[in-house]
Design a protein around this ligand. Structure first.
Ligand code: NDP
Length: 311
């Protein structure tokens, strides 16, 4: 099939691919996309169909059927009647499944527990916080700015949000978690994680989703590997369960249930989502950099080509 790129998803792991040498100068940068079929030589897909696929950072792509990329099978049809098609690379895609797997499958939240989520206004974080709320938890977000915190509390409905760039961040977080922390969904690492560690309750659970503030330090190695190892002594003293999270491990067993539940939550408004959409493929480098400085606000996408469903 020849497919036209409509939305390109920008995700922090793409940097790791470049740094680790999985991509070299001259390669097309990898990227998940929502694309539309232009020409098809298969009976399964027809021109006009919308697909979740991997065109990468380009206007058009060629794809076959049943292609496995990091545990995801491509392409998959996207039904525009369920939700806006952009959500196939966001709340109803890998990001949503990542949040669901970490919160629900790994950490098993119980009503009344305190859950902390970092990068709480971001793509994965906004899903993680709201899923924990739906499970009856008290949820505290951590975000970079007052505007992001405002969104997290007023729009997403979390109970509190603490700005990590404030010098009083550790004290603010302690004050927002008077009963300690039972579950920590980690997206950031560094000083953000250090603020949470002393607040962990006995038998707390951590989902180590990502440590974006440390990706530049690791030559493409996974920063959470280092943390999981170095924190082992503290964690074992307090019987803290640390789960490293790789979304690909959850696709086979949990994706269908996740899609079913999340589509219903999005449709009835129990889960909200914010997208940060930049127009034009030439915006991709700047939008990608913004992920690593907090310059994005919500799930970051580039609209590469016209989205006919918006007409
Ligand atoms: P986001 O939309 O959350 O954007 C990244 C956010 O991280 C920024 O907005 C910023 O939020 C925060 N951030 C970036 N750099 C720093 C820094 N130096 N210090 C503090 N905060 C920083 O991105 P995603 O939702 O795409 O990804 C979130 C995390 O989830 C990443 O760590 C990513 O690698 C991980 N991930 C893991 C997966 C897995 O399988 N385990 C799958 C998908 C994503 P703020 O301004 O609020 O600080």
């Amino acid at each position: 099939m020849l497919t036209r790129t409509i939305y390109l998803s920008l995700d922090p792991y793409q940097w790791g691919r470049r740094r680790s040498g999985a991509e070299s100068v001259g390669d097309v940068c990898h990227g998940r996309t929502v694309s539309q079929v232009v020409e098809s030589r298969t009976d399964a897909y027809a021109p006009g169909d919308y697909l979740f696929t991997t065109n990468g950072w380009q206007l058009y792509g060629l794809t076959g059927e049943g292609i496995d990329v990091f545990g995801y099978m491509f392409p998959r049809k996207v039904d525009p009647s369920v939700a806006p098609i952009s959500t196939a690379v966001g709340i109803l895609g890998m990001l949503g499944l990542t949040a669901y797997s970490g919160v629900v499958v790994q950490c098993r939240p119980k009503p009344g527990e305190t859950v902390v989520v970092s990068a709480a206004s971001g793509g994965v974080g906004q899903a993680a916080g709201q899923i924990a709320k739906l499970h009856g938890c008290r949820v505290v977000g951590i975000a970079g700015t007052a505007a992001k915190c405002d969104f997290v509390v007023k729009e997403l409905g979390l109970d509190a949000c603490v700005a990590h760039r404030s010098p009083s961040y550790p004290d603010d977080l302690r004050a927002a978690c008077p009963d300690g922390v039972d579950i920590y969904f980690e997206n950031v690492g560094g000083h953000v994680f250090e603020g949470v560690l002393p607040l962990l309750n006995q038998s707390a659970r951590i989902s180590l989703c990502g440590m974006i503030s440390q990706y530049g330090d690791t030559d493409g190695r996974d920063a959470s590997e280092t943390w999981a190892e170095s924190g082992k002594a503290v964690f074992s003293r307090q019987n803290v369960a640390v789960h490293r999270l790789f979304v690909r491990d959850f696709v086979a067993d949990h994706q269908d249930r996740f899609l079913h539940e999340m589509a219903a939550w999005v449709q009835d408004g129990r889960i909200k989502y914010r997208e940060d959409i930049r127009d034009g493929l030439d915006q991709a480098p700047a939008a990608f950099s913004a992920l690593f400085s907090g310059g994005n606000f919500g799930k970051t996408l580039v609209r590469v080509g016209e989205d006919p469903t918006l007409a």
